[in-house]
Design a protein. Structure first.
Length: 98
């Protein structure tokens, strides 16, 4: 068990775009329009790699997906939520549970 590297996270986005025929760039409006980071463990416990990957994904010279179209799902690692908002400014989905 280990955390995904930033390259592995970006690689998943690139693979999805490739499978949709959108790589190296979409011919029309892209089919891959939103990204949700979930189901890979707690992303905020792997914050440095997640942040680096999302900066590449959002960069105009990178994959160029708008931060408004990216959502990070968390169980609520409170100390990291503010940092994530300040540094990445992406959407946040918090799971509420007992």
């Amino acid at each position: 068990m280990r955390n995904l590297s930033a390259a592995e996270i970006v690689g998943q986005v690139m693979t999805a775009r490739d499978q949709l025929g959108e790589w190296p760039s979409p011919q029309m409006a892209g089919l891959l329009s939103n990204i949700v980071l979930m189901g890979m463990g707690e992303p905020l416990y792997n914050y440095d790699n997640v942040a680096q990957a999302m900066k590449i994904v959002m960069d105009g010279e990178g994959i160029s997906i708008s931060k408004r179209r990216i959502t990070l799902s968390t169980a609520g690692v409170a100390p990291m939520i503010e940092r994530c908002g300040r540094e990445l400014n992406i959407n946040l989905a918090i799971s509420l549970h007992a």
